[in-house]
Design a protein around this ligand. Structure first.
Ligand code: MG
Length: 264
């Protein structure tokens, strides 16, 4: 296997919370050294783009702002283009990504409910305000359909179950901007100006990362770290493989590219 470019998930693949996963920094360094472009695509919606970039860089990852794609960027661009007034059901840490958008008030109807992993902000009061806006005709824009994630050995609810809750209550269907949405992957392809064929996505979520990427023609490598569970391998689509961790995944991509190459 070789790759013209590589897409990475972040949580459970490159980072565990604030810390680099074993082999993650070296894997990115090796790709950079080999001249293989890479992007980081995350469904993490608890931190702004700037804060997440800082975390990655503090952990030693060679990543520039242009190499980090978040669903909030996609949502913000869409809301700006529509001059929309959104109700944000998001984590306080993500607020900075939406700071320059109009805020709802008595004179301005809510056009969109934007939902991410709001964590403790998923209170009855906030969910009910969002529910009422949807019943009044607002569109539901979801930043992540992920059901859960794993961090520091524990599982955490993600945004997906709350998206389902609002869909069920208001009888609406969310437009999803995070993985596995083809919109998100297409945006990543546009950024590199490359076709899907020849690009590999490396992730720990068999649905969001691997099925999502393969559905639009990328190859996929599911790593057995982060949220991976052995039963996930049964859901691997054609064109996808398993690797122990990110280092082994990148190793397999570089092995055929540089058969006599400089493995560390
Ligand atoms: Mg992940």
């Amino acid at each position: 296997m070789s790759a013209t470019a590589v897409f990475f998930d972040i949580g459970g693949v490159l980072l565990d919370g604030e810390h680099a996963m074993p082999g993650a920094v070296e894997s990115l360094q090796r790709l950079r050294g080999a001249g293989v472009p890479y992007l980081l695509l995350t469904n993490t919606t608890r931190r702004s783009h700037a804060e997440l970039l800082q975390t990655l860089q503090r952990a030693g990852m060679p990543v520039s702002p242009e190499q980090l794609l978040t669903p909030a960027q996609l949502a913000r661009a869409q809301l700006m283009a529509q001059r929309a007034c959104p109700l944000l059901l998001i984590h306080p840490g993500l607020q900075a990504d939406f700071d320059d958008l109009p805020q709802p008030d008595a004179n301005r109807a809510i056009d969109n409910v934007v939902i991410g992993d709001a964590a403790d902000a998923f209170t009855y009061a906030h969910l009910n305000t969002a529910f009422r806006a949807l019943m009044a005709g607002a569109d539901l824009l979801s930043l992540s359909d992920s059901r859960y994630f794993r961090q520091a050995g524990a599982l955490y609810l993600d945004a997906g179950p709350y998206v389902r809750l609002l869909e069920e209550a208001a009888g609406v269907k969310a437009v999803s901007l995070g993985k596995p949405s083809p919109l998100f992957y297409q945006r990543a392809l546009d950024r590199l100006g490359l076709p899907a064929a020849g690009i590999t996505m490396i992730g720990d979520d068999v649905v969001g990362d691997i099925q999502g990427a393969c559905s639009i023609g990328l190859a996929g490598i599911l790593v057995q770290t982060g949220k991976f569970r052995p039963q996930d391998s049964a859901a691997l689509p054609a064109g996808a493989t398993l690797a122990t961790d990110v280092a082994e995944a990148v190793d397999s991509l570089l092995a055929t590219r540089t058969p006599n190459g400089a493995h560390p």
